[in-house]
Design a binder for this molecule. Structure first.
Ligand code: PHE
Ligand code: ZN
Length: 900
C-alpha cells in the first residue's frame, strides 16, 4: 500500500525555544500484545495524572498508522476526537488525581517497511522506537521527558515465536489455548517510550554470567538466528569488557539482572540502546574470522560498548527533548572512543584509534558543517528529527565532551561525571545541565572560568578556523605563537562569537626533540606538550628560553574540532613527519604534504601531471614505510592518501573527475616509486599466525593489504602478472576474511583481469552469508571508475537476484557505496549518476523515508561542483523536489539543499 501523504502541505517546524513541559504525566503503562504479522492487537492501559505545574490543557496523544478500536476512561466510556494523527481528550477529570485510560488498537507489522515501530524481519517481530516510533505501536505522549513504568505481556504462536522478549525482568510465562504462549516482562526502571522494545521469534542465545564489584550476578545474552551462533563470541566478549570498563573508569555498574542483545538483519541504523534489550543491526554483532574483517571486529567492539554505555548516559539520565540528542549521543560516542582507546595496549595504538576517529570527523562532519544541512550540536529547529541523527550531533558532540575532559583533566572529568549523576539520575535534562555539572565539579578549571563561552560549542554551527603563526626572536630567546580564530557563516547564523578552543602545542627542535616549555610569567619549564586555551579572536603566547627557532606542532592529538592553518613550510612539515613525538601530528604532517601536492595538481592548467609528488615527499613516505620502530597500523595510515571527499572539501570549486585523476596518479606514483619497499612490506607483514583482531596484528594485516594493492596497481602499469597472481593465490588461501577481502580488493581496485574470477568465486563461497555478500556488492559499487564503467555495473548489481531495496544494509551496500562513497563513479559529465540518484531516492522514499533521506544527502555539496556537474546536479535535486508526495524526511533535506 502506498503511503498516503499530504500533498506538499507546509512543513511543521519544531523549535527548541517552544519547549514546554508535558501537561500530563504517565506513571504506569501495561501493554498486552497479541502478535500477528497481518494484524497485531495492542491493549494499552495507562495511569495518567495532570502536571499541575502547567496550565490545564486537553490530552493529545501521539499516534501514527494505528487502527483505533476502543478508548475507556476509568473503566467506562468517554469522549475523544481525532485531530490529524493525534487522539485528543478534552473533558478529563480536573485536579491532580491519577486516572486510567485503556486504549485498544491494531497495527500491521508485515506492512511496515519503514522499520520504525513494530515490524517483521525474516519472520520475526522487532521494534524500533527512537525517536518517534512508539506512536506507531500505541497512542502515547511520545516524548522523552515522559517516563513511565512498563509491564508488557506478549502472546504469540508457540512454534513460530518460541522466544518472547521485552525490557526488564521476565516475571511470568505459560501456555495459552490454540498452541499459543505468553511471557510477561516488567521493567524495574522508569523510562521514556523511545526505550521500549519487544522481540518475538525463533532465536537462540549465547549466555554468560558475570559478577560485578558489588557481588551481584548478572545474566548477559546475545540472541541471534539459529545458524549464527558461531558468530556471537566477539560481541559477548565486547559486552563483558564494556561492563568491566564502565565500572572501573566511571564507577557505573550494570543496574539490571539481565542484559540482552538481539541481532536483526533489517535495521535502519547501527543499533539501539532499549533498556535491557538492545537491538542491533547484524552488521554490528555477527563476526568470526572467516566472515568478518578487522574493521568489522573493531566496529562491533565499539557499537556493543556504545549501546551498553547508553544504559547510564541516555537511559538513566535521558534527554529533555530531541534538541538535546547530543546529551546522550555525543557523550556516549566519547565514552565508546575512550573505551576502545583504553583497550589498546600502547600509546601508538591509541593514536591510531584517534586518527581513525578524526578522519571520520573531518571528512564527514566538516563537510556537513560547511553545507546546507549545517546545524549546531544542539539544533534549534527541525522538521523531521530522524534527519538530525548526524555526524554533527554524534561526532562533533563527542569532540565537545572531549574538549571538556581536556580542559578539566581526566580526574576532573570523572568528578564532573559523578556530579552529573548525583544531580540528574532519573531525570530528563539538557546539554547545558551536563556542561554545568562538569564545570561545577572543577571550579578552578578554564571551563568553570568561562562556561557560557564554552557552551557556544553547542549553539554555534560551522567549523572554526584557527591560524597559528610563530615568530622567533634570537636575541630575546623568545618564540611567540599567535593564534587567531574565526568561524564562517552557516545557514541561519551569519555572525559567530569566539569559541573556547583548547590547543595542545609542542615545539620541536632541530634534532626532532620536544623542547621544555615555559610561558612568560611562569617559573618552571614543563617537558612535552602544553595546553593553550584560545578564547578570544586573537591571542599571543610567548615561550621563553628558546635557543633556536623550533617547528611548532599545533593541535596535537587533534585537541579541538577546528581547521588549522599552521603556515608551515614543506621543510617544516617534513621535519614533523620525521620526528614529531605526537603520532597524530606526525600523520597530519604527511596528510598535509600530500594534500598540498594534490591541490596544486588539481589547480594546474592542462592535463593531470603523471607524477604529482616531488622527490622529497616520496622519500619521506619511503622513510616512514621502512621505519624501524613505527608500528604497521600507523604506517598504513600515513601511506594512505587523503580521500577524494576530503580533498574536495579543500577546494572552492570541485571537479570530481580531476580530483580522482590526480589522486590515482599519486597512488600509481607511490606504487611505482616504492615498489621494492611494498614488496618488503608485504613479505614482512603478511603472516600473523592464528587470527586475533587485536590492534597489532590487525595493523600488520592492514599494511600487508595496502602493500598488495600497491603492487597490483604497479603491475597494471608494467604488465607484470606475478603480483596479481600472488594476490589471487592469497585470496584463495587466506585464513581469515581480512586477508581474503584485502586480496580481492587489491585485484578489483587495480582493475586486474583476475578480479572477475575472484569475485565470482567469492560470491559462491559466501552466498549464504548476507553480511559478506554486502561487502561483495559494496566493493564493486565503490571501485575506482575507469572510463565510466561503474554506473553500468551498479545497474547490473541491482538486477542481481541477491539485491533488495527493502533491506537497508543491501541498499546501502550498492546505492550508497556508489552515490556517497564513489565520487568519480557518481559525478559523471553525462549526468547519468544524478539521474540514477534521483530515481533511487524516490523509489526508496515509498519504502523507507529514513533511508531515502540519508541517500538524499549525497547531493549536499552540489553547489561546490564545477560545470557541467553543477547544473546537472541542481536539475536532479529539483526533480526530486518537484514530487508532490515526498516524505517529510526527504522534503526537509531537499528543501535545505535548494535553499539560497
Ligand atoms: N540511539 C541509537 C544509538 O546511537 C541510534 C538510533 C537512532 C537507532 C534512531 C535507531 C533509531 O545508539
Ligand atoms: Zn547512541
Amino acid at each position: 500500500m502506498p503511503l498516503l501523504r499530504e500533498a506538499a502541505g507546509p512543513a511543521t517546524i519544531i523549535r527548541r525555544e517552544d519547549y514546554t513541559p508535558p501537561p500530563f504525566w504517565i506513571d504506569r503503562i501495561e501493554l498486552t500484545f497479541d502478535l500477528d504479522p497481518a494484524k497485531t492487537r495492542v491493549l494499552n492501559k495507562m495511569v495518567l495524572r495532570r502536571n499541575t505545574e502547567v496550565p490545564a490543557q486537553p490530552l493529545r496523544l501521539d499516534g501514527e498508522e494505528l487502527n483505533l478500536a476502543r478508548v475507556m476512561l476509568n473503566g467506562g466510556g468517554c469522549s475523544f476526537k481525532m485531530d490529524g494523527d493525534a487522539l485528543v481528550m478534552e473533558s478529563l477529570p480536573d485536579g491532580p488525581e491519577p486516572f486510567e485510560l485503556e486504549i485498544f488498537t491494531t497495527c500491521s507489522p508485515e506492512k511496515n517497511t519503514q522499520l520504525s515501530g513494530l515490524y517483521l524481519s525474516q519472520g520475526d517481530f522487532f521494534t524500533q522506537c527512537e525517536a518517534e516510533g512508539f506512536r506507531r505501536i500505541t497512542y502515547f505522549l511520545d516524548r522523552p521527558d515522559v517516563m513511565a513504568s512498563y509491564t508488557v505481556t506478549l502472546r504469540a504462536d508457540k512454534d513460530k515465536y518460541p522466544v518472547l522478549l521485552s525490557n526488564g525482568n521476565l516475571v511470568e510465562q505459560g501456555e495459552l489455548p490454540d498452541n499459543r504462549h505468553f511471557a510477561k516482562w516488567s521493567d524495574p526502571h522508569r523510562k521514556p517510550s523511545y526505550l521500549f522494545a519487544l522481540v518475538a521469534g525463533r532465536l537462540v542465545a549465547r549466555e554468560q554470567r558475570i559478577v560485578t564489584r558489588a557481588g551481584k550476578e548478572h545474566l548477559l545474552q546475545v540472541y541471534v538466528r539459529p545458524g549464527d551462533m558461531d558468530k556471537t563470541e566477539h560481541a559477548m566478549n565486547s559486552l563483558v569488557s564494556s561492563v568491566i570498563w564502565d565500572e572501573a573508569r566511571f564507577g557505573l555498574a550494570l543496574d539490571l539482572e539481565r542484559f540482552m542483545i538481539v541481532a536483526t538483519s533489517d535495521f535502519n541504523m547501527g543499533a539501539m540502546e532499549n533498556k535491557g534489550l538492545n537491538i542491533f543491526n547484524t552488521k554490528y554483532v555477527l563476526a568470526n574470522s572467516a566472515t568478518a574483517t578487522d574493521t568489522d571486529f573493531a566496529n562491533i567492539e565499539s557499537v556493543v560498548a556504545h549501546e551498553y554505555f547508553h544504559n547510564w548516559t541516555g537511559n538513566r539520565i535521558t534527554c529533555r527533548d530531541w534538541f538535546q540528542l547530543s546529551l546522550k549521543e555525543g557523550l556516549t560516542v566519547f565514552r565508546d572512543q575512550e573505551f576502545s582507546m583504553d583497550l589498546c595496549a600502547d600509546a601508538s595504538a591509541r593514536a591510531v584509534k584517534r586518527i581513525e576517529d578524526v578522519r571520520v570527523l573531518r571528512t564527514m562532519q566538516f563537510a556537513e558543517d560547511a553545507g546546507p544541512m549545517a546545524h549546531p550540536v544542539r539544533p534549534d529547529q527541525y522538521v523531521e528529527i530522524n534527519n538530525f541523527y548526524t555526524v554533527t550531533v554524534y561526532e562533533k558532540g563527542a569532540e565537545v565532551v572531549r574538549m571538556m575532559q581536556t580542559l578539566v583533566g581526566r580526574d576532573g572529568f570523572r568528578k564532573g561525571m559523578d556530579l552529573y549523576f548525583q544531580r540528574h539520575d532519573g531525570q530528563a535534562v539538557t546539554c547545558d545541565d551536563f556542561a554545568q555539572a562538569i564545570a561545577d565539579a572543577n571550579p578552578d578549571s578554564e571551563l568553570a572560568r568561562q562556561p557560557d563561552a564554552f557552551k557556544r560549542w553547542y549553539s554555534q554551527s560551522g567549523t572554526p578556523r584557527v591560524t597559528a603563526r610563530g615568530t622567533y626572536n634570537a636575541e630575546e630567546r623568545r618564540y611567540t605563537l599567535t593564534l587567531d580564530q574565526s568561524c564562517p557563516a552557516t545557514p541561519g547564523q551569519a555572525e559567530k562569537l569566539p569559541f573556547v578552543i583548547p590547543v595542545a602545542v609542542g615545539l620541536v627542535d632541530a634534532g626532532g626533540q620536544d623542547l621544555a616549555l615555559r610561558l612568560s610569567g611562569e617559573t618552571h619549564a614543563v617537558a612535552g606538550s602544553r595546553l593553550l586555551v584560545l578564547s578570544e579572536a586573537s591571542q599571543r603566547f610567548v615561550f621563553e628560553d628558546i635557543d633556536a627557532e623550533p617547528v611548532p606542532s599545533v593541535l596535537r592529538g587533534f585537541s579541538a574540532p577546528v581547521i588549522v592553518d599552521n603556515g608551515l613550510s614543506d621543510a617544516q612539515l617534513l621535519h614533523l613527519l620525521a620526528h614529531d613525538s605526537d603520532a597524530f601530528n606526525r600523520w597530519e604532517a604527511g596528510q598535509q604534504l600530500a594534500l598540498r601536492r594534490a591541490v596544486a595538481a588539481i589547480r594546474a592548467e592542462g592535463p593531470v601531471a603523471a607524477q604529482p609528488l616531488d622527490h622529497a615527499v616520496v622519500e619521506a613516505m619511503r622513510a616512514v614505510l621502512r621505519h624501524p620502530t613505527l608500528d604497521a597500523a600507523l604506517k598504513e595510515l600515513v601511506l594512505t592518501l587523503p580521500s577524494e571527499t576530503y580533498i574536495a572539501e579543500q577546494l572552492d570549486e570541485v571537479d570530481p573527475q580531476r580530483i580522482h585523476a590526480v589522486r590515482e596518479a599519486m597512488r600509481e606514483q607511490l606504487a611505482q616509486a616504492l615498489q621494492a619497499d611494498w614488496v618488503w612490506a608485504f613479505e614482512q607483514h603478511k603472516d600473523n599466525g592464528a587470527y586475533r583482531p587485536d590492534p597489532v596484528s590487525s595493523g600488520r594485516r592492514a599494511l600487508a593489504g595496502l602493500a598488495l594493492t600497491m603492487l597490483c596497481l604497479d603491475a597494471r602499469q608494467t604488465g607484470d602478472t606475478v603480483w596479481p597472481g600472488k594476490a589471487y593465490q592469497r585470496f584463495k588461501d587466506a585464513g581469515n576474511m581480512t586477508d581474503r577481502f584485502n586480496a580481492l580488493s587489491a585485484l578489483v581496485v587495480s582493475g586486474q583481469p583476475l578480479a572477475q574470477e575472484a569475485l565470482a568465486r567469492f560470491h559462491t563461497m559466501f552466498r549464504h552469508e548476507a553480511l559478506v555478500i554486502d561487502k561483495w556488492f559494496a566493493l564493486q559499487a565503490g571501485a575506482p571508475d575507469r572510463g565510466g564503467n561503474i554506473l553500468p555495473s551498479v545497474r547490473q548489481l541491482m538486477n542481481h537476484p541477491d539485491f533488495s531495496l527493502k533491506n537497508p544494509n543491501r541498499a546501502r551496500s550498492v546505492i550508497f557505496s556508489f552515490c556517497s562513497a564513489n565520487p568519480a563513479g557518481f559525478h559523471r559529465a553525462d549526468a547519468a549518476g544524478y539521474v540514477f540518484w534521483s530515481e533511487r531516492v524516490l523509489e526508496l522514499d515509498a519504502i523507507n523515508p529514513q533511508v531515502a533521506a540519508r541517500l538524499a544527502r549525497a547531493m549536499d555539496r552540489w553547489k561546490k561542483l564545477a560545470e557541467p556537474y553543477r547544473s546537472a546536479a541542481r536539475e536532479a535535486v529539483a526533480r526530486v523536489a518537484a514530487k508532490s508526495d515526498l516524505s517529510a524526511d526527504v522534503r526537509e533535506v531537499i528543501t535545505r539543499a535548494l535553499a539560497e
